[in-house]
Design a protein around this ligand. Structure first.
Ligand SMILES: Nc1ncnc2c1ncn2[C@@H]1O[C@H](COP(=O)(O)OP(=O)(O)OP(=O)(O)O)[C@@H](O)[C@H]1O
Length: 960
């Protein structure tokens, strides 16, 4: 039997956890200080600050690129390469193989595959399937620096792709698209609930000579940023304001990293990490646990560091001559309403030069426009201007937005598209300079929520809850898979308990897992108050908590549905297609509910258009019309047949907008230090996946077992048959679960099963869906095993490893995955742990998720508690993880009536006392068990006729 973790490993995990808790305490203390110091006069609303992704990342995160935090699958170019056309009750969004004939846009067509508005662009979103699967990589976020603001740039062109091509002068109308009508969403826009509290301010006030070409004015020395500024060295015409930090408790330094980059060596500071994450060129090195940046961001980073009271950084060797600007001060007097008014009537049909504004960071915007002498003159009047020599673009702090836009408007025949209304609203405090820097959202009072739940929240989960409540309970919780969106959602929902009844909409394969989670985390809840809606009939009445599948939602009584003011949507990307019945049923409910929690690890699988419905569900007022969203973020193009919204544009702005207003997303790598090495989850698979015939066979097998046996052999045979019938019964829900996983963006994982029938069915289903897979079972030769493992390990596409529990539980390394699914249970926990360890081994850099699929009314009812009990015993003896059951869901789901108790005892006797006594016994049982054919479900429990050899093996085993 394998011992999964050594004492040393366990100790280290515990240490990491303690450290994470200590950091949290430290951060909270720092937060209190910052809040006190920063601005006592601000309302609580504005004292609440960003909590999102920061803590933990310094120690264990890895590089998060520009869009990773928003649409990881997009960034990774992840295409849904398989066509899901589910017919089962599980429901499925349509996502198809890119490039197949079926998916290509049909000229003049108006089919469900098209992202287009054929006639009236003002109508709502009409998208469906993937079209081409093409993903246009987000344009690089280009912020750089110039040696001096006196430099006059060469004539420029508007260049959305941040190229550095020379431009001709003058370049009229270099940027143009025509909007379909002037009745814009802006005209109809009603202000939403507001942007919510404000997070950090990236005060990149000015960029000085941070490029590597600048010669230092001073010899190399160990100066701190404030000291260098104090000396008033050359390099910029901007006056530096010396800020000496008398109270710095954390000191660090900037060190050359690699060509064109530097890293910051400093102790932990949550505020500093939050700042780091706002820097465009940021990268995190998990090996050294340090952040590094492009030199072009040096000046802006050092400028911002001055805000962090507790930290002082030594300047980078060779960059002493670079003068660091002070961070901006508050009080610009910008009127947000005046800005919003600029969203109206900005078009000039006769314009000869067109441009637009784009948000490039939380505090800066860029104006993209062709060359125009007068406009360049205006740019130079702006205090916060920056000219990026690489991209040849001008950018400004948001506080200059109003002034610049008003001035540009006065120039005849020039049209500049303003920032979208939602951006103006979400970032209002930045425009008004009332935002407070880098503190975090305050901990909300959760004293009325079950202490079991609150006490178990990991620090980053607590931050998620804080964020949600600061957003008034309407959010898109887009944490990476396996980070515990369920516990966070339950906590947020429990915070609003007075507003229940609560509705949870989930894929049918996880409805019962949700019920389990409520029982587990809210023990104060009467178990009767959780209602899993299984049929259309069930949906005609409502309990305090109601869990329903996407497919049944449309059948729910409309009046009852309208009562739900608190709604959780699990796997909210299932709503990405507005044309589907599930979306049509859900959207009105979500728009009228008071609290809406959308949960998805992959809100958009291949293009921003997929985000629209989810944004509209959380903030209906942001983009009332899909067309406006499509123009801005989907690179909408008018085609002969209508509008094509399948592209992507301004993704960085979209990410900034979402993170500011509704979305929180943490990657596993960012919170790794807070996670256990393994997280096990019991998934209760839906009972209606079991056919009546199978149910009858199962019942017969169970009945046989309960009535007692004359001989041991009979007893064991009945037991094995029960186990086999269980496999048959679970197949449908297992397939459904696997397909749901793939559809939710899980690309690489292991599925363990015992019976050939189950392995065959899984492979067949994957083949049908064109999902690449490998299979290793007892018939796989040693040579093939290695090459299959290699194929899986190095596959860059999605790949599922279909593995036999008994034949592939050891000797294989499949650590490129971090998810293991057990389609079937097995009585020997040692074998299970060994199987888990195919991914949890050297080379694994992530926390591993393990899903045990458990079907009620089958042998799993007995196997699952038995496995847990055995593990507990092993743990007590120091032979295994003691906390196997602690890290999985509870098993209270199963009652044990006297009949069930008899069967349970039988399992215990057969599989525990004798079965595992020595290796040869175990091997024989395994062999016997594997060899038993399922045969027809109608077979009697001891009907092994026609297979004397198998029968002999069983007899041999039990005769021992
Ligand atoms: N704070 C916690 N304490 C104990 N267990 C936890 C905690 N957070 C999460 N877990 C466990 O981790 C597992 C994964 O959680 P969950 O299923 O909620 O993740 P998820 O983010 O919804 O993942 P997915 O996107 O894959 O559905 C579950 O077994 C859950 O019970």
């Amino acid at each position: 039997m394998s011992v999964c973790l050594t004492e040393e490993q366990k100790r280290k995990i515990e240490e990491n956890r303690q450290r994470a808790l200590a950091r949290r305490a430290e951060r909270l203390a720092a937060q209190q200080n910052t809040l006190k110091q920063t601005n006592n006069s601000h309302s609580t609303l504005f004292n609440i600050q960003k909590s999102t992704v920061d803590q933990g990342a310094l120690f264990s995160g890895q590089r998060t690129n520009v869009t990773a935090a928003c649409m990881a699958p997009l960034q990774q170019g992840s295409n849904n390469k398989y066509a899901f056309q589910k017919t089962s009750s599980g429901g499925s969004a349509a996502s198809s193989l890119p490039g197949t004939a079926e998916n290509k846009p049909q000229a003049g067509g108006n089919g469900p595959c098209d992202y287009k508005v054929p006639a009236d662009p003002a109508q709502d979103f009409t998208s469906s399937k993937n079209l081409t699967g093409k993903y246009v990589a987000p344009k690089a976020h280009c912020v750089s620096s110039v040696p001096s603001f006196n430099d006059t740039p060469n004539p420029r062109q508007l260049n959305p792709a941040c190229t550095t091509q020379e431009q001709e002068k003058p370049k009229n109308s270099s940027y143009s698209y025509s909007r379909p009508d002037s009745d814009t969403a802006c005209d109809k826009f009603t202000a939403g609930p507001g942007p919510g509290p404000i997070r950090n301010t990236t005060a990149i006030s000015k960029f000085y000579g941070a490029n590597p070409g600048i010669k230092p004015a001073l010899p190399v020395s160990n100066k701190t940023v404030s000291e260098v500024r104090d000396r008033g060295v050359t390099g910029s015409s901007v006056e530096a304001v010396p800020v000496k930090k008398a109270s710095s408790s954390t000191r660090g330094r900037c060190v050359k990293h690699m060509e064109g980059r530097f890293r910051v060596e400093v102790g932990y500071s949550a505020e500093l990490i939050a700042l780091f994450k706002t820097i465009p060129s940021k990268a995190y090195d998990p090996a050294t646990k340090m952040w590094n940046f492009g030199l072009e961001d040096y000046a802006s980073l050092m400028s911002e560091v001055q805000r962090v009271q507790s930290v002082e950084l030594k300047v980078l060797e060779g960059m002493e001559g670079v003068q660091i600007a002070p961070p901006p001060t508050s009080g610009s007097g910008t009127n947000i309403n005046a800005l919003l008014a600029m969203c109206n009537n900005w078009q000039r049909p006769n314009a000869t030069l067109r441009g637009r504004c784009i948000l490039i960071s939380r505090s800066r915007f860029e104006m993209e426009i062709g060359y125009h002498t007068e406009i360049i003159g205006l740019f130079k009047q702006m205090n916060t201007r920056n000219y990026d020599t690489k991209t040849r673009k001008w950018s400004f702090m948001l506080e200059d937005y109003q002034k610049l836009m008003e001035s540009v408007r006065n120039i005849q025949q020039v049209e500049v598209e303003p920032l979208p209304r939602p951006v103006l609203q979400a970032f209002a405090p930045q425009f008004e300079k009332t935002a407070i820097s880098l503190a975090e959202i305050e901990d909300v009072d959760l004293s009325h929520v079950d202490s079991k739940l609150v006490g178990n929240l990991m620090p980053f989960q607590r931050d998620g809850v804080n964020f949600a409540i600061s957003r008034e309970g309407r959010l898109l919780l887009a944490d990476d898979m396996g980070l515990g969106k369920t516990i966070q959602a339950i906590c947020i929902a429990a915070y609003y308990r007075k507003e229940w009844p609560l509705l949870v909409v989930a894929p049918s394969s996880v409805r019962f897992t949700w019920a389990e989670a409520f029982h587990r985390w809210l023990p104060s809840l009467n178990p009767e108050s959780v209602n899993v809606i299984v049929t259309g009939r069930d949906s005609q009445s409502a309990n305090l908590i109601n869990i329903i599948s996407f497919d049944l939602l449309g059948k729910m009584d409309k009046q009852i549905a309208a009562n739900f003011k608190v709604i959780i949507i699990d796997e909210s990307h299932f709503l990405k297609n507005v044309k589907t019945a599930r979306c049509k049923a859900a959207m009105p409910l979500l728009k009228s509910a008071k609290r809406v929690m959308l949960l998805s690890g992959t809100p958009a699988m291949s293009r921003p258009a997929e985000l629209y419905t989810q944004i509209a569900a959380v903030r209906p007022t942001f983009f009332p019309r899909f067309h406006d969203f499509g123009i801005r973020y989907c690179d909408a193009k008018q085609m002969p047949w209508g509008w094509d919204y399948s592209g992507s544009s301004n993704l960085n702005e979209l990410k900034l907008l979402l993170e500011e207003s509704i979305m929180i997303r943490r990657l596993k790598s960012e919170v790794l230090s807070q996670l256990p090495a393994k997280q096990r989850k019991m998934v209760v698979v839906a009972p209606e996946g079991i056919t009546a015939k199978t149910k009858a066979a199962l019942a017969a097998a169970a009945k046989e077992m309960a009535k007692g046996f004359k001989s041991k052999v009979q007893e064991k045979e009945a037991l094995l048959l029960f186990y086999n019938r269980t496999a048959e019964a679970k197949i449908r829900s297992v397939l459904e679960y696997i397909i749901d996983l793939l559809e939710s963006g899980r690309e690489k994982f292991l599925v363990f099963a015992h019976h050939k029938l189950v392995l065959d069915n899984i492979c067949e289903e994957l083949g049908k869906k064109e999902v690449p897979y490998i299979r290793i079972d007892g018939n796989t030769s040693s040579a093939d095993r290695q090459s299959l493992c290699h194929k899986f390990q190095f596959s860059e596409k999605s790949c599922v490893a279909v593995l036999s529990i008994t034949a592939a539980n050891m000797g294989l390394t499949l650590s490129s995955a971090d998810l293991v699914v057990f389609a079937e249970l097995f009585w020997n926990p040692g074998v299970l742990i060994q199987a888990e360890d195919r991914v949890h081994r050297i080379g694994q850099t992530s926390s591993v998720n393990i899903h045990y699929l458990v079907a009620k009314g089958t042998a799993d009812d007995y196997l699952w508690p038995m496995i847990q009990e055995k593990i507990k015993v092993l743990g007590q003896a120091g032979l295994s993880e003691a906390n196997f059951s602690e890290t999985t869901e509870s098993t209270d789901y199963f009652y044990k009536d006297p009949k069930q108790k008899t069967i349970y005892d039988l399992f215990q006797r057969s599989f525990s006392e004798q079965g595992a006594e020595n290796d040869s016994d175990e091997a024989l049982l395994l062999e016997a068990c594997e060899e038993v054919d399922l045969g027809e479900s109608t077979c009697g429990p001891t009907d092994y006729s026609g297979n004397a050899c198998k029968r002999r093996k069983i007899d041999d085993y039990f005769a021992l």
